[in-house]
Design a protein around this ligand. Structure first.
Ligand SMILES: N[C@@H](CCC(=O)N[C@@H](CS)C(=O)NCC(=O)O)C(=O)O
Length: 347
């Protein structure tokens, strides 16, 4: 009897082994992307800072730059991307269904999303938190004054869930006014259809920057949640997960090592340190595990710059495309300056 059940266990193990071995022979996401000739990257509907559509039809922004960086890592060309602009409501199903290869659109990394939607979040590229914005002439100075207020919010978001938590915790009896479309939500707020708007604070800065009179609105001081925003991939392809994750790390590490879009060619010719040499593919074989060319990280920085350059262009206040969020000393600064941006070693 004992022997039999052990045999049974052995057969079960064998069956399990042959089953788990199957995905290894299936075509990898990297192969599919290479064969197709471009990356399919999901972003949001136009929002300054993250993913903005220029009048000539090109997408720009910090989340857009991550898509371009992954394309550069694979093809050496940041333009080999098909951008899929989707709303918050459908984003996760569209990725899980295989309509896109990755998602890079202000998506908060949570336990539920990371484990129950067929997705994996890769690496946080913006630490955010939820806040409220009100018309300046309302005189409201704190979100704790929003008792009984109507608040415009997007559905399918952590924003909607946090709003309910915050209202319950503080007995505010807030009345959510729920939208699927960012533009309709913004228009409703601007017409006075709700007392406040709630969003990630970077999202509020983005919304404000797009309003006809940005100075007429105030972002209230409270931050009511943690919103680590991170690109996500479909579960089940570890190499693809690593490619997207290490693309984000390459952007951060490049800033830490002082590698910029302007100096990356010189750095590769004359690396100032062994780690720069390894990262830029001049020494070692680090690219092999990713299945990419040895110049993958060089191509990334050459194409989109390092993390700080991207931040300065799109999230900061030093360029016309920026949305004016100060970085110095914030969570989005490098760890060497007191922030949370930290990449594991390139070795
Ligand atoms: N971080 C939150 C909120 C995401 C969110 O809705 N972000 C806004 C930022 S402005 C957005 O994407 N709006 C555009 C859209 O929904 O297409 C989440 O992951 O649920």
């Amino acid at each position: 009897m004992k022997k039999l059940s052990l045999l049974g266990l052995g057969a079960g193990l064998l069956a399990a082994l042959s089953f788990t071995a199957e995905p290894a022979v299936a075509e990898s996401t990297l192969d599919i992307v290479k064969k197709r000739g471009h990356l399919r990257c999901q972003i949001g509907t136009p929002a300054p800072g993250f993913y903005n559509l220029k009048s000539d039809g090109t997408w720009v922004g910090s989340d857009v730059s991550v898509c371009r960086a992954v394309a550069a890592a694979i093809f050496g060309d940041p333009n080999k991307v098909e951008f899929q602009s989707v709303t918050s409501t459908v984003r996760f199903t569209a990725l899980a269904n295989g309509e896109s290869d990755m998602l890079s659109r202000t998506a908060t990394w949570t336990l539920f999303r990371d484990t129950q939607l067929g997705l994996n979040f890769t690496a946080t590229n913006f630490y955010d938190g939820q806040g409220f914005m009100v018309p300046k002439d309302s005189g409201i100075k704190s979100s704790l004054e929003l008792k009984g207020a109507t608040v415009c919010v997007l559905t399918g978001t952590t924003t909607e869930l946090n709003l309910t938590d915050y209202s319950r915790t503080n007995n505010l009896d807030i009345q959510p006014v729920v939208f699927q479309d960012t533009n309709v939500r913004n228009e409703t707020y601007l017409k006075g259809g709700c007392d406040a708007i709630t969003n990630d604070k970077s999202g509020l800065a983005s919304n404000k920057a797009g309003f006809p009179d940005p100075g007429a609105h105030t972002i209230l001081p409270e931050t009511i949640s943690k919103e680590p925003l991170a690109p996500a991939v479909r579960k089940g392809d570890g190499q693809w997960y690593d490619i997207v994750r290490w693309t984000v790390f390459a952007l951060i590490a490049a800033e830490e090592m002082g590698i910029t879009q302007a100096n990356v060619d010189d750095m590769a010719k004359n690396p100032p340190s062994p780690e720069v040499a390894r990262m830029l593919g001049v020494e070692g074989e680090l690219h092999k595990g990713l299945g990419l060319d040895k110049s993958w990280a060089h191509w990334i920085v050459k194409s989109v710059g390092n993390y700080g350059e991207i931040y300065g262009k799109y999230m900061g206040d030093k360029s016309p495309d920026g949305i004016g969020i100060a970085r110095a000393g914030s969570q989005n600064d490098l760890w060497t300056r007191g922030g949370l941006m930290y990449a594991p070693p390139f070795r």
